[in-house]
Design a protein around this ligand. Structure first.
Ligand SMILES: C[S@@+](CC[C@H](N)C(=O)[O-])C[C@H]1O[C@@H](n2cnc3c(N)ncnc32)[C@H](O)[C@@H]1O
Length: 347
């Protein structure tokens, strides 16, 4: 798949510039284990990366979700992160994320495996008019993250994402006799002394508290060095990390259809999964290669980035590129000679 039209590739994955709806159409049925993504949200005021008008949003995105349903495996999952929004000009919430969920389940037959909520305590207050100026709404710091599947039993193992025990639980495990007496709860629910067993960690809840504060990341550092802006709506890497570990095994294929700065591909690579990342904006995807660099001196990074970004006629083949440099080892990044996509039209 995507043998020639990738922008860059590593041993485990490929980043491809293009409209993901079209790119998905060229993929076989039942071939992806997890699609993890965050689409442009339906904002009342469109942002720089092509957010859709609220009125057309559901219709637009349902076309993508239909294709996702076709390409994921029977036990595959689709995880979609959607930020909340207000209706245009009014302090009334848009229901677009809930409408999308209901349409997907009712019209396309998706199963809601579980709803997750991503709480970002570092989120800045917005919208300014309702929260800061008039002070009539609370800060919106939770995104809805729908985990959907084709079947009732998508592949999942919560043991892969256990969280650290609380101090109280650690004490209980150390000496359960001292800290805990088994008894029946008022509900009649019997809590046995196995409650004090060490299972390697606590079962996480569906409220994921992940601050989006990766200001020191390598990607941002390189962006700054090169003089470009980082992607404005990046995932914190812990978000895709949680779902990739939870819902896939090593060697499985993870796809992000709105890849932006390719956080998903990068983290999938770290976790030994295969990955594919589709992004409409050539510049965002070019900059995402910076995530995959490691100890490169700045002088070497800029020409590589520019090669991806500007030099559309460059005769660079994977072999030549590798001969020139050992910078991308051990996960060598090859640049295809055919991967010189046109600049995107604004969505
Ligand atoms: C919310 S951002 C995703 C950010 C990403 N999660 C990250 O960590 O960087 C949504 C992205 O979808 C891209 N996009 C919009 N329409 C697209 C399409 N039809 N095909 C592929 N990408 C698209 C936008 O350019 C934008 O970068």
């Amino acid at each position: 798949m995507f043998e020639t039209n990738f922008l860059y590739k590593t041993k485990k994955g490929k980043a491809v510039v293009g409209d993901s709806l079209e790119l998905m159409k060229s993929m076989p049925d039942n071939s992806v284990n997890l699609v993890m993504t965050s689409p442009p949200f339906a904002l009342s005021r469109p942002k720089e990366y092509g957010n859709k008008d609220q009125a057309d949003y559901i219709e637009w995105i349902l076309e993508f979700t239909k294709e996702v349903q076709r390409i994921i495996t029977e036990d595959g999952s689709f995880v979609i992160d959607l930020g909340g929004a207000y209706q245009k000009g009014s302090p009334i919430r848009s229901l677009y994320n809930y409408r999308l969920l209901i349409s997907m389940c009712d019209e396309q037959g998706w199963k809601l495996a579980e709803e997750f909520f991503w709480y970002n305590p570092a989120k800045l207050p917005s919208p300014i008019e309702w929260v800061n100026k008039r002070k009539i709404r609370a800060k919106d710091s939770v995104n809805t993250v729908w985990w959907l599947s084709k079947s009732d039993f998508p592949k999942a193992d919560i043991k892969n994402v256990l969280t650290e025990y609380s101090d109280r639980m650690k004490k209980l495990i150390e000496d359960s006799a001292k800290y805990y007496t088994p008894k029946k709860r008022p509900s009649g629910h019997d809590i046995s002394d196995s409650f004090g067993n060490d299972n390697g960690g606590a079962i996480p809840s569906n409220l994921l508290q992940i601050p989006n504060t990766e200001s020191n990341s390598k990607y941002l550092k390189y962006c700054k060095d090169i003089g470009i802006k980082g992607h404005p709506a990046r995932f914190p890497s812990k978000l895709p990390e949680f779902f990739i570990k939870f819902l896939t095994d090593e060697g499985d294929l993870v796809l992000d259809i709105f890849a932006g700065s390719n956080t998903t591909g990068w983290i999938a690579q770290q976790l030994n999964r295969k990955w594919l990342s589709f992004e409409l904006d050539h510049q965002y995807l070019s900059a995402s290669v910076l995530r995959f660099l490691d100890k490169e001196p700045f002088e070497d990074v800029r020409p590589k980035y520019e090669m991806l970004q500007f030099d559309k006629n460059a005769e660079i083949d994977a072999e030549g590129f590798l001969k020139q440099s050992v910078l991308f080892e051990p996960e060598a990044i090859n640049i295809s000679r055919n991967a010189r996509p046109k600049r995107r039209a604004n969505v």
